[in-house]
Ligand binder design. Structure first.
Ligand code: ATP
Ligand code: FE
Length: 355
């Protein structure tokens, strides 16, 4: 079975062709058109600009994905598309494009939850067996999930405010570092002292796996302004120390909550316990290293898909579509675009309900 996948829920317009190959997927093509330049001047993604850009680019991306894979619509078994959650204008562009193609070709249409796409990526790349523990940590999300099947996700905890990627981006802004904040803060942190500033580790005193990152940003702002007041500006090394201290705080929160998530996951007695990470923040070496150490301590295997498949892409949507189709589910022309779509509900039962 071979599927076209379409993704347009945030600021990447993407299309991919994926073929099922036993328990994993073979990526025949995977093309992305980013919008970073369009939004750069605004310091964040502007929904209206994103929606227009998706509408302009989406057909081109689909054509490119087909051409690169050397297939035509007639060679496909279906069309998978992100139906949410995300910026509604972008999601609509993708869903309308997919419906048009499905109607014209007679191919089945499969609506995919964007987060399910991220969460199922370790199966696309490594054929990971259920149930595995997933930490999805990106610019818009932060959650621990037990992935039980392709349409069943048990959420152990999530951020109650900002996502870590967002916190990295805001930190970069506060310290006049370029966007995207994550890689730049990480680079700056290399020469800094992670113990220089005692930033908070929010919610660690509370049970459960929920996390919070917005207080961290406020504490960082206060530390920065304290330095500016004392010294008349940031001195050499201050910025690196602030970045290192911030990064250490994020890593500590993820590790501490990860330890609890692992305990909850192990209660399910998985045959081969695995922690998989996905999302842009999973690229951070300090965070990765701490999670790897935690896994070694608790007897889990640690795995992370290659970065291009960790960030937004359409191969993960095509693959999730394959998994959903294997469960015998397809959608109709009433497939709805949903701005919000939590993952801790059964996925296929509610798809296509239009509500
Ligand atoms: P979502 O997938 O939740 O809709 P998104 O598309 O913004 O959100 P991704 O593309 O997965 O998220 O990741 C982008 C985020 O990852 C940005 O916030 C970026 O700063 C962060 N990031 C990238 N590299 C690093 C790094 N090395 N360290 C920390 N954060 C990073
Ligand atoms: Fe994403």
């Amino acid at each position: 079975i071979t599927l076209l996948g379409i993704e347009s829920s945030c600021d990447d317009t993407a299309a991919a062709i994926v073929r099922a190959n036993g328990s994993r997927g073979e990526i025949l093509s995977n093309v992305v058109s980013g919008q970073t330049d369009l939004h750069a001047a605004f310091g964040g993604v502007v929904p209206e600009i994103a929606a227009r850009a998706h509408a302009e680019k989406i057909d081109l991306m689909v054509e490119a994905a087909l051409a690169e894979a050397g297939v035509s619509l007639g060679d496909l078994d279906g069309i998978a598309v992100t139906a949410g959650p995300g910026l509604i204008g972008g999601v609509l562009s993708g869903v309308m494009c997919a419906k048009g193609l499905a109607m014209g070709s007679g191919l089945p249409l499969i609506g995919v939850n964007h987060l399910a796409g991220h969460a199922l990526t370790p199966r696309l790349t490594d054929g990971l067996a259920f149930p595995y523990l997933m930490l999805l940590v990106s610019g818009g999300h932060c959650q621990f999930l037990v992935v039980e099947s392709a349409d069943r996700f048990h959420r152990l905890g999530s951020t109650i405010d900002d996502a870590p990627g967002e916190a990295f981006d805001k930190t970069a802004k506060l310290l006049a570092l370029p966007q995207p904040g994550g890689p730049n803060v990480e680079r700056e942190a290399e020469s800094g002292n992670p113990k220089a500033f005692a930033l908070p580790r929010p919610l660690l005193d509370r049970p459960g796996c929920d996390m919070s990152f917005s207080g961290l940003k406020t504490a960082l702002l206060r530390a920065r302004d304290g330095l500016i007041e004392r010294d008349g500006g940031l001195r050499r090394g201050d910025r690196a120390d602030l970045c290192a201290s911030f990064q250490a705080a994020v890593a500590d929160v993820l590790t501490a909550k990860g330890r609890r998530a692992i305990a909850a996951y192990l209660e399910r007695e998985p045959a081969e316990p695995v922690l998989a990470v996905a999302g842009g923040v999973a690229a951070n070496a300090t965070i990765r290293h701490q999670l790897q150490t935690l896994c070694a301590e608790t007897g889990l295997r640690f795995t992370a898909p290659p970065l291009a498949l960790c960030t937004d892409n359409a191969a993960m949507i095509a693959w999730a579509g394959i998994e959903i189709a294997r469960l015998g589910h397809v959608d109709g022309m009433d497939l709805a675009a949903r701005p919000r779509w939590p993952l801790d509900t059964r996925q296929t039962g509610i798809l296509g309900s239009g509500k």
